[in-house]
Ligand binder design. Sequence first.
Ligand SMILES: Cc1ncc(COP(=O)(O)O)c(C=O)c1O
Length: 479
Amino acid sequence: MPDFTVLSGKAEDLSAFVSLTDDARNLIMEACHGRSAFSGIDPYGLRKEIEGLGFLPEDGDGWERTAAKLRSAVIPNMLRTWSPDYMPHLHSPALIESIAAELIIAAFNSSMDSWDQGPAATEIEVAMIKGLLRLYGYDEGGDGVFTSGGSQSNFSAIACHLNSFLLRRYGHDAKKEGLPPFYRRLRLYTSSISHFSMEKSAHMLGLGYDAVVHLPIDSSCRIDIEKACGIIRRDIEAGLIPFCINATIGTTDFGSIDSIDELRGIADEAGCYLHADAAYGSAAIMSRTYRERLGSLQLADSVTIDFHKMFLLPISCSALLVKDRESLDAFMLHADYLNREEDEEDGYINLVGKSMQTTRRFDALKVFISFSMRGRKGFEQIVDTAIGNASCFYSMIRDDDDFITSVPPELSSVVFALRGGDEVNKKARRTLLAEGIIIGQTVYQGMTMLKFTLLNPALGRDRIEELVQRLKELRTSRC
Ligand SMILES: Cc1ncc(COP(=O)(O)O)c(C=O)c1O
């Protein structure tokens, strides 16, 4: 059993801290050698190895033996997100400085609910939110909060807009009374290829999936504005009540970007809120070349930003910004044991009043450290590399008879297929997985397609060429 528990200034605690974090670093560094993203082990084999590690020994195994377990079965089978051969999802490698930031976050274990649980943490989050509001074009009337991810940012936005909509339009206080009797007529509009957090949010807010209307997309995988306009007008005539439209600024599969400018016009006509789910696309704000592609984000009533996607910060790290600070009142509630009003009047900010979470991680520190270290230009380089790689891959396969392409990439994802049918593509993905090359799979126009989500700035053009060749081989050999 170890003779140390928590950090303190005592020599033995500090020495345990140094030795364990050194060992952890060594374990990580051993895994950095080699290029593949994954050991290629099959799920049954891995399950058996993990089960063999045991659960809760009566007497602890101590650090040495526990580290040996990590070394034998866990670390070798961890997904190495930093491998340029890992590209199936919007799941990024972590910037090196942000790994150091995680150590600070874990060591201090600040919590964001009340000022007395994280004084510097609270002030850093407040400062980062102010900066983000400026970056995304909102004025001082706005506000925001860090969340656990895009899903929670989206959920929070929809909850806030539903609350404000019912209060402003009907004088109905949903916080107190719950949903109004006419709740079955409330509608949330979003593209047919938007993230499923829209449906989850509608369900968890008591509206149900049926409250979500999927708007058709055009040939560029963006909401078809003319059709959207017609659908919403007809719904209003039929007595339905639009309370929010969601614009996806970077769809999960294609990276396609809905037009904020045009959807703003539709939302105004319908008298509802406009949310921008920029979980994917938000990082492109850093790029002078590509930021125009995002459209006028400042026209949206709220925006979801994910730092654990194209910004390359470790999970979890996301923020929701709102144009009108009162929107976040949906989460305001005082408790005698936590966030007393008298303290807030004296300048002690308790962020719990803006969040659905109580205990919450100090994720804003990662943004602070990476922004401070790299500056806008550092992130511009990262974003430009990712988008440039996607264009490069797309141009290599566009005119090649072995491939079928979908839409040209706006961000860093390319959806494509090998000619030969669904089975050829499914098999190709599995064969690559066993080789430690992990690519995505989705469906486009009824066909099984493959997907490269290129977030890793370490991916070079040579490797992209090699991957194209390997895919061609797999098609010829039918895997
Ligand atoms: C467009 C979009 N919105 C929201 C999300 C959800 O984000 P998270 O996984 O951080 O909850 C994703 C995830 O990929 C996404 O692609």
